[in-house]
Write a protein that binds this ligand. Structure first.
Ligand SMILES: Nc1nc2c(ncn2[C@@H]2O[C@H](COP(=O)(O)OP(=O)(O)OP(=O)(O)O)[C@@H](O)[C@H]2O)c(=O)[nH]1
Ligand SMILES: [Mg+2]
Length: 457
């Protein structure tokens, strides 16, 4: 028999109310011992599911708090088990006392995500919906919230089920052929090949959209780089509209990576200010530069800053040789001073198209709008970037499962000459796809999925 679990469902800080959740077979027997209805005619046998009751939590005869109790009777609850939510006063001291009392009476503290895990195991939600719950809780911007909501509402599940059905259709086509296997017509073989190729194309599109989905969910990684003193930290502050990084006239001011999140033209970014790259003077600076280069390598977009008021030197060119492998914008800074370079000139020198070059003054906040517009255009246009409205998948585990499914289908297409072999590959593809919405039995995988949840979920 399952244990009965409890956890605070709200953040343990002083607030108007705090909510404690209970789920499991002992929910009502335990509550009987510690909850006293304010209106005497009620008791746990005659109350309805989804009803709210005023009453007191008491430890023997000592009243701890006046609370509102909401009951959910199995199977009509979030977890599918008997459940209750106690809304008490939002004082961490009271919340802890009630939790202790529940545990003293036989409940167990929930693990991370255990409520949602039970919901999944009891068939109340699919695995991808469970993951969406975690994303909903942790979303920090509109786009990621939207993506999580879509997943929660089952849009992704429907798409996956649709895909699954198509693959099953192919299997049944093959199996019919195998029944009359004396002469499998080539026409059938071609038809099956075409069907599999269509499915593969759909999966590949999904994988592609998942890359964007994951990037949007986590924030697009935007790295500001350039040699010392070109104004990187000034630009960071200007994009963040706050004095986040120290700015001085001394080259080598920023030693470590400075990170923040920011919304640029409606898109979520993680932005990184880095140590200026040059032949380092000391150990700390050297380490900072190593980190900078690593950060550039994993970025989605790099802002390569140059000081337009001074002559370019070999530091600039060295940095550019790192930057040019990435998606980048060249930012000519210090436009308030007399510039030595026009955008045309820079375009020639760095062999870069002008739609990736912009002139600004980080100090005077000039040209910043042109820069943010350019950032948006580049992110959206790159690889026909699909706007978040078209993205249904934003979870790395799902992307990997789709990749495995695609591999299996490719193998199946290769093996079409021997249907018996091909059919095994196709069935493997189905297994991978099933893993997305939940036919996973391996405890370790499940645990690793649910451990990222917060306790009360
Ligand atoms: N005139 C002018 N000065 C600027 C501009 N942007 C930055 N500066 C100045 O340039 C100096 C260096 O600015 P930072 O933002 O610290 O430069 P950085 O690239 O972060 O430098 P490091 O951290 O040392 O690599 C400071 O004195 C800034 O005030 C600008 O647009 N115009
Ligand atoms: Mg700096």
């Amino acid at each position: 028999m399952n244990s009965t679990i409890v956890a605070p469902a709200t953040y343990p800080a002083e607030s108007a109310i705090g909510v404690i959740r209970i789920s499991g077979p002992e929910t009502f027997p335990v509550l009987k011992k510690i909850f006293k209805f304010k209106f005497f005619k009620n008791n746990f046998d005659n109350i309805k599911s989804h009803s709210a009751h005023l009453g007191f939590i008491k430890d023997k005869e000592n009243i701890i708090d006046e609370v509102l109790l909401i009951v959910f009777k199995s199977p009509k609850s979030y977890t599918g088990e008997d459940m209750a939510e106690i809304s008490c006063h939002g004082n961490p001291f009271i919340i802890n006392k009630i939790l202790e009392l529940l545990i003293k009476n036989g409940c167990k503290m929930a693990e991370h995500g255990e409520f949602t895990k039970r919901a999944f195991l009891n068939g109340k939600i699919s695995l991808s919906e469970a993951e969406a719950v975690a994303d909903m809780v942790s979303s920090k911007n509109d786009i990621s919230l939207n993506l999580a909501l879509k997943q929660l509402l089952g849009e992704e599940k429907n798409l996956i089920l649709n895909l699954r059905e198509k693959i099953i259709n192919v299997i049944s086509l093959i199996e019919t052929d195998l029944d009359f296997s004396d002469s499998v017509e080539n026409i059938e073989k071609n038809k099956i090949k075409n069907l599999l190729n269509d499915i593969l194309e759909t999966i590949n599109k999904l994988i592609h959209s998942a890359d964007k989905g994951i990037m949007l969910k986590q924030g697009i990684k935007l790295v500001i780089t350039g040699k010392p003193n070109v104004g990187k930290s000034s630009l960071l502050n200007s994009l963040l509209k706050k004095e986040k990084a120290i700015v001085t006239h001394i080259p080598g001011t920023t030693r470590d990576i400075i990170e923040d999140t920011v919304n640029i033209e409606g898109l979520p970014f993680k932005i990184y200010d880095t140590a200026g790259i040059r032949k380092a003077k000391g150990l700390i600076e050297k380490k900072g530069i190593e980190k900078t280069i690593k950060t550039i390598k994993t970025s989605d977009l790099v802002l390569f800053l140059i000081d337009g008021s001074r002559k370019l030197d070999k530091n600039d060119f060295n940095i550019f040789s790192e930057v040019k492998r990435k998606n980048f914008i060249i930012v000519i800074n210090k436009n308030d001073l007399k510039l030595k370079y026009t955008e045309e000139k820079i375009s020639d020198i760095f062999k870069t198209e002008k739609n990736r070059i912009v002139t600004i003054s980080a100090l005077k906040n000039k040209g910043i709008k042109n820069l943010t517009k350019m950032i948006k255009n580049i992110i959206i246009n790159k690889d026909n970037f699909i706007l978040s409205g078209d993205i249904v998948i934003s979870n790395l585990r799902h992307k990997l499962a789709l990749k495995n499914a695609a591999q299996s289908l490719k193998k199946a297409i290769k093996n079409l000459n021997a249907f018996e072999v091909a059919i095994i590959d196709i069935k493997n593809a189905i297994n991978f796809i099933d893993g997305i919405i939940g036919k996973i039995t391996d405890e370790h995988i499940l645990d690793s999925i649910f451990k990222n949840f917060c306790i009360g979920k």
